[in-house]
Design a protein around this ligand. Sequence first.
Ligand code: PLP
Length: 445
Amino acid sequence: MANDAAVFPRNFQKELPVAVRGEGSWIFAADGRKYLDAAGQAAVVSIGHGVAEIGRAMAEQSSRLAFAHTTQFQSEPAEKLAARLLALAPPNFWKGGRVYFTSGGSEATETAIKLARQYHLEKGQVERYRVLSRRQSYHGSTLGAMTVSGNVARRAPYAPMLAEWGHIAPCFCFHCPFEKTFPECGLACAEDLDSFLSRSDALSAAAFVFEPVVGATLGAAVPPAGYVARIAEICRKHGILLIADEVMTGMGRTGKPFAVQHWGVEPDIILTGKGIASGYAPLGAVLVAPRVVEAFENGSGTFKHGFTYQAHPVAAAAGNAVLDYIEAQHLFERVGAAALDLCKALEPLLGHWHVGDIRGLGLLVGIEFVRDKATRAAFEPSEGIAERIRAAAMHEGVLTYPTQGCVDGVRGDHILLAPPFIITAEESALIAKALASALAKVSPE
Ligand SMILES: Cc1ncc(COP(=O)(O)O)c(C=O)c1O
């Protein structure tokens, strides 16, 4: 396959199996092998693979009307999905909120960056344009989204092309950037936003974007109590918008529709993607709170932005069908119980010499591998531990999402687990067994 392949791959050095069919938490390959999808691909698949009614709903919409450009028409599936998302969001979105649909997470981030800028223009604050963010974060792969991302490895090749708007400290208790401990730290990582804004030119800041639980970059790092609320308070104090990037954590992944709901925080903008259509269609969404909407409505009346495929009727039909399925099967409610099963199955791994931490919220779980448990020292990046664990687990038939750099952008190895919400206790046990076997093979004890 590799030599006569025509698709530009992510990695020319890797030969990948050909996926031909999915069912529940499993993916079947052309060579007859089957894989347990413990990472939901990349925290995408929430309802499971192969749910026939989603395909039927998409086919039905596609045969009735596949496409109508948003400069000329509204569409029923997009209107319906927008109303449903707003109803799932925190209360400040309920009356007068709006949803901007995209074809994925990066486009959602781009949209939010431009919304924040134009919001301030509409309010007459022409000097505000910088979207602040955190080191050790990921908000997407397009240039605007990369500008706000703090993922060192993903940014590195494009550094000369990226603006520097300001990155504050990550919130990561396992490797605290201030070498402090909660709660004595006084939430130094949140206070870093306040001091950054006091130090730098606060009047040119437009917004702050953050992942409520840091997914790929830090391996499901959950903030301590009070962090998200304090961040929201600092944003209000400095007159900047709060953007919650819930592309990974949204649509039930952490056990609530949106992760910010664990802390009762009401952002101005919420980004979502991935699980919104569970991989059945490329879809993302930007939920916009009324105070931002009103600035446009009462101002110029036009958002100077747009994508040909925004609010695509077939993608929106997929989103509605996925949400129907989630509601009918009570899948948001299932996440908590499934997460308990998964964590119980994984717990014995903590006894392994090189498993430093198992963390997460709901079905977004990270496992960090350390060279030395006492000091939490990382392996040498050249040892490629996370990737070797992934390969060994895949050999055992279990798919995971590996990343390096959680400690400082270069050092640190973890894998992310984000299985479909339908994962069973037996399947969780299979995940743990495959990881134990992968660790035994890879671990340089
Ligand atoms: C938090 C977060 N934001 C944005 C993105 C970008 O989404 P996409 O890959 O759909 O463009 C991702 C993707 O992993 C993500 O995890």
